[in-house]
Design a protein around this ligand. Structure first.
Ligand code: PMP
Length: 406
């Protein structure tokens, strides 16, 4: 059965020649949002999605513990078959209020939100128009849908427009799917232009704000808020596993009868619902997000410091400053060796390799949190610059970056 994975086996073996297994990193202890123990040594975490650093927030932890004691460890089933707990309904109302939407449906993960909502929305005779750099959960949701799937060039509203014009005479709904911040390079969608295409062509628009919720927009509602086009967004997808520090996903909408999708979405109906402790932690995280707008400002300051530091050192990065800052490398083995050296220097980042990356690039994906200190960020920049120089990634580097690493 597994012979078909011969090429994968070979690729992994080759990767392991230049690095300890980057896809099997085992932390012994998580010390907090920015530090962990690995092989008995402290490492700085620059490869999480813990944008607001809330995983150890005392209020969130207390709320989760209290719910765990009050309502138990799990729900043991789906809401359709086994019932809704008070917390599910409360969180749906709380999120609806936060997002300014009529209705919210919870899912057990962000992945399941896309896998559940796309086939429920787009059926036979409908069309899904996906940005080419869409997350795997969007592609997988599209695969489960009976709709025809069209990919348009990444962040290219003109290409999207051409494709929608081509479909103009066909009956059926057309649903455009884009992301707020793209997870690999940290770039944002040109949402105003995409919204204009949507209006002109009569299509629907879904924005996955997985990486932008709590990160963009004055109130943290995401890229649609930041670009002022929330009224054009028909469906907002998001996750609790990043800025809110928990796990779970949702889809929000103002559409009348959106509620019906609870009986049409298989990933909603046929999997166990979120446990009470997670719900309580996420509810509290939303309170923290609203009560502490400073977190948001700190995150953006940290993102700028990391981006400008790495750009200044001479690395090729993504096009925009965001909490995801990726160093682009052409060579997989070099990227793996770089990643390995960084880990040994006490800096953990993500190694992202083709085919999971745009344009088959190898990426050292770093991400920053509001919880990082400036000293930690400078330490990471210094280590990356020093290793970049040593491995020949950087032809020239300013000496102070090397000094900072020492
Ligand atoms: N959508 C996007 C755009 C993502 O980047 C991710 C996770 N990286 C998900 C959905 C899935 O979210 P989760 O990990 O919470 O299931």
């Amino acid at each position: 059965m597994l012979q078909k994975y011969g090429a994968l086996k070979q690729a992994r073996a080759q990767l392991l020649q230049s690095a300890v297994d980057p896809f099997d990193v085992r932390f012994e202890t998580i010390l907090g949002p920015t530090e962990a123990i690995l092989d008995g040594r402290k490492v700085l975490l620059f490869g999480t999605n813990n944008y607001l650093g809330l995983t150890f927030d005392a209020l969130c932890v207390d709320a989760a513990v209290a719910a765990l004691r009050a309502d138990g460890t799990g729900t043991t089933g789906s809401r359709i078959a086994n019932g809704t707990y008070g917390g599910h309904a409360l969180l749906e109302r709380r999120l609806a209020r936060f997002l300014g939407r009529r209705e919210v449906m919870l899912f057990t993960t962000g992945y399941q939100a896309n896998v559940g909502i796309l086939p429920a929305l787009a059926g036979a005779d409908d069309y899904l128009l996906l940005d080419a750099d869409s997350h795997a959960s969007i592609y997988d949701g599209a695969k489960l849908s009976d709709a025809a799937v069209t990919r348009f060039r990444h962040n290219d509203p003109d290409d999207l427009y051409r494709r929608l014009r081509f479909l103009a005479d066909r009956p059926g709904d057309k649903l455009i799917v884009v992301e707020g911040i793209y997870s690999m390079l940290g770039d944002t969608a040109p949402l105003q232009e995409i919204a204009a295409v949507k209006r002109e062509t009569g299509a629907w628009l879904l924005v996955d704000e997985a990486h932008s919720l709590g990160v963009l927009g004055e109130h943290g509602r995401g890229l649609a808020e930041a670009t002022g086009i929330e009224a054009d967004v028909d469906f907002v997808v998001g996750t609790f596993s990043k800025s809110l520090g928990g796990i779970g996903g949702f889809c929000a909408s103002d559409l009348p009868d959106f509620e019906l999708l609870r009986l049409a979405s298989r990933a909603y109906m046929f999997t166990a619902s979120l446990p009470p402790s997670v719900i309580a932690g996420v509810m509290q995280a939303l309170e923290v997000l609203e009560a502490r707008p400073g977190l948001h400002a700190t995150l953006n300051r940290n993102a700028t410091r990391l981006y400008e530091g790495l750009a200044g050192a001479g690395f090729a990065l993504g096009p925009t400053i965001s909490p995801i800052v990726s160093i682009r490398l052409d060579d997989t083995r070099l990227a793996a060796a770089f990643w390995d050296r960084l880990l040994k220097a006490g800096i953990y980042v993500n190694l992202a390799l083709p085919p999971a990356t745009p344009e088959r690039q190898s990426l050292l994906r770093t991400s920053v949190s509001a919880a990082h200190t400036q000293v930690q960020i400078d330490q990471a920049i210094g280590a990356m610059a020093a290793i970049g120089l040593e491995l020949g990634v950087l032809p020239r580097v300013m000496q102070h970056y090397i000094n900072a690493a020492q």
